[in-house]
Design a protein around this ligand. Structure first.
Ligand SMILES: [Zn+2]
Length: 118
């Protein structure tokens, strides 16, 4: 019974909404531009909080709102490199010494004379 009712009324084919109710919610378009100069607009409801960035539809990079505020840059610590960690443990003078030692080892292996260094 219920099936027949559903079949008889094709959803989406006929709108039962009045003209007034069908009026779209107020919205505006925000223009975004990515690093590669792709520009596109995204519709937002007037009530929506507007994002400062949007994923570029073409390359997936972060696009900034053209007329929007600068996106908040989160203070992210740059990742520590091996060099950063090394320099925390050793001074440049220490490293020079280690390097000289290693070079001596390598030269010795090749049959050269070890260099005298301080
Ligand atoms: Zn892009």
């Amino acid at each position: 019974m219920a099936d027949r009712v559903l079949r008889g009324s094709r959803l989406g084919a006929i709108s039962y909404e009045t003209e007034y109710a069908a009026e779209p919610a107020p919205r505006h378009f925000v223009k975004f531009r990515c690093e590669r100069d792709h520009e596109f607009t995204v519709p937002f409801s007037d009530e929506a909080e507007l994002p400062a960035t949007w994923e570029c539809r073409l390359d997936g990079t972060i696009a900034k709102a053209v007329d929007g505020p600068e996106p908040e840059t989160k203070k992210v610590k740059p990742p520590r490199t091996h060099w950063d960690m090394l320099i925390e443990r050793r001074s440049i003078a220490d490293l020079e010494e280690v390097l000289a030692e290693r070079l001596d080892v390598l030269r010795a292996r090749r049959g050269g004379k070890p260099s005298k260094s301080a």
